[in-house]
Design a protein around this ligand. Sequence first.
Ligand code: CA
Length: 504
Amino acid sequence: MAGFGYLTTGLAAMLVWLGGGESAVGAAEKAKPNIVIILGDDFGYGDFGCYGATKIKTPHVDQIASQGVRFTSGYATGATCTPTRYALVTGQYAWRRAGTHILPGDAPLCISTNMPTIASVLKQAGYQTAVVGKWHLGLGSGGPTDYNHEIDAGPRTLGFDYSFLVPATGDRVPCVYVENHRVVNLDTNDPIHLSFKANLGDSPTAKTHLELVRPTHRGEDEIRAGTIINGICRIGFMTGGRAALWQDDSLADTLTSKALAFIRTNRSKPFFLYFATHDVHAPLAPNPRFNGTSQCGKRGDTVQQFDWCVGQVLDTLQELGLADDTLVILASDNGAGGEYAWQEKEFGHRVNGPLRGFKVTPYEGGTRVPFMARWPGVIPPAAVSDQVVALVDCLATAAAIAGVSLPTNAAPDSVNLLPVFRDPRQPVRDHVITQSGVPSHPACAKQIRVGQWKLIARTDGRHELYDLENDLAESKDLAEAQPEIVKRLAARLEEAIQSGHTRN
Ligand code: CA
């Protein structure tokens, strides 16, 4: 495939591996392996060393790629957080369900509790299941989340045995951890109140209390016009819960310690860990020990903090003797944001590598993400695959690994990736559908990729068509020149929408 010259090394490694790996496959797949999904936040296609970054060092992320397979066409199915996470947990494209756009911090759970999830399927197969990190799929049933009592709907309702959450995002209120559906360290005499419409009492904002904003975080109040917490402007307003507020500088350490504790506690059982780190989403507030460690400023330092977290997980698996019995998948929930485009000129770092567009947009920079998997003995080392895979595929893959047959109504858009894990040349998807934008925005769109072709179907009725094989940067819209291809892909998209499923 044109534009993928670096395939050569991976293919060579794979061919060597194919020569003598069959017995290893059998041995590794006898028992139910553990499954760890590390989902980074807002990492772009160019952010890791194994995808070409040189100004940021990511040895632990790169280790997963060198010991496993790295995909060049791995997709988040949303160009923003919530839709991708919804699809990962349910195996269903988020656009099939209303209310799965970027959620405020008091939104109720957006997943139907009747729906099989990656956690409920694995729990049924005997796995201990956990989610640690950023949730952003809503909490509670019915109206706005009540954080002052045990939350009645959330990960535990969906099959997760353990949960330790950043409820929405680091830049949204509430800035508290929720462990097993209860706010950690909540003083009941200081209840949490939230609003995403108007200020609450005298909650300080950048407009009224600029002096409370850290110098490093000033100027962010245009999009984060809400309450200042820990010197950082947030989206939304919050009062109360003061004893429960997290410390932004130790957020990555805290989440990692919870993830490691879950692994250690369940070392002798099959376990599933969905580790959804907050890095490298705004606000960028890495622990001071990472300050200045990269050549790309605070964002680069935060990428390196993420890499440290990944290393902690890999080291713990190694220490416990579980590395060979654990499938580790690492990816990002969407591409890097356009607010970091300047890093190319300033630092020589292209957050989304050669791709056009950024988070939210319908171009590849929005949804084509770093995506890799390691499972020694099953996945050949140092492999590079240009097959299309997607985060919505995690559920069907997990079910196949656990030996569970999915009911026909479960995970309707999820494809088992085991064949391409075993043989990186093996096609598993003949198409993928992604979504971009936010409702009401004219760029809100669905994209369908079939082979080399990608159609953007915008909500304003316009189509764009790109030839990804010969024009990875999507520089030339071929919609007018290739009306038959537009028609074919548009029909394919419509069929996927109407049928309610894309998995056979
Ligand atoms: Ca994100």
